[in-house]
Design a protein around this ligand. Sequence first.
Ligand code: SF4
Length: 370
Amino acid sequence: MKDIEDRVVEGERLSVADAVDLYNHPNLPDLSSLADYVRTEKHPEKIVTYNLGRNINYTNVCWVKCSFCNFYAPPGSPDSYTLSKEEIFRKIEELIAAGGEVPEGCELLMQGGLNPKLRIDYFEDLFAAITERYPQAYLHALSATEILYIAHLSRLTVEETLLRLRAAGLKSIPGAGAEILSDAVRDQIAFRKDTTREWLNVHQAAHRLGMNTTATMMYGSVETPEQRLEHLRLIRETQDEALTNQATGQGGGKFTAFIAWSFQPDGTELQGKVHQQKATGAEYLRMVALSRVFLDNIDNLQASYVTQGAKIAQVALKYGLNDFGSSMMEENVVSAAGTYHLMSVSEIRRLITEAGYQPRRRNTRYELID
Ligand code: SF4
């Protein structure tokens, strides 16, 4: 541990073998010290950011049936829904009423299942209507998985799909659907879904076109610690490529943030079948600290208070997090698989303040807007 600490202080990048050592280090407070050092080097101000946003799950129709997911409804099932434009507008108006008058200050995190009836014209029409009516809205929408499916249904390339969605108002892409970027894991928990390479390709294409994306990791299902670290390595490499393009004047987007959360098994097909038990708060703190130290090229690490709860998320501010995430207003994916937590902006601010930081509101680009 001392050797790794010394090398981190000297600014040396950690190898995967170093990350394995850190993962196996038994003393959590040591990981906290190292991660907090790296976090403070990147963000010396005693600030923790959050943003005002809303989750809108526009459809739960999905044929993919990932075994870790309890959100989807097969096409034609009585539980399936696709929100109308009016329902989506009403949700956006509730968000704006909650304090979203800043231009592009309200994040719309729109995600859904793979619905065979929704081709690109549906999204172009919806996004254009939202953009025209609500200049406060910032469309941070559609996972790589959804984009690949829209491209497939609409007989377009990924690049063509991204360009058309961007022209309609899509600004950036959330990192959902990454789960664990290992085909051996994906084959077990989501074998109908995109491969590791396909997920990365969508993010690389978006970056080349100048769009920012985020990266995520859902750990704690069937993967090994080595597969988690392989996931982090692929994210770091992809960000290296994006930053090199920016540095060489080719412009482009990048991962603005990394968000890790643990698999929520309740009610899913995987419940009771996975060899591990449900990941604990200590495991979350370990993964956050490890991610902060290993992902030396990603600026922002965001809390997942929805899965971990307010108190663990607050403690994780000392394990490398610098962002509390979005106010969300509603949650339908994790909540379909058991425990979940939602919080008001005032509660988010209180948690940040009591942990010793100044709460600051940001936009989806991580610019301070208060
Ligand atoms: S995780 Fe996404 S792709 Fe998989 S079943 Fe759920 S909604 Fe469908």
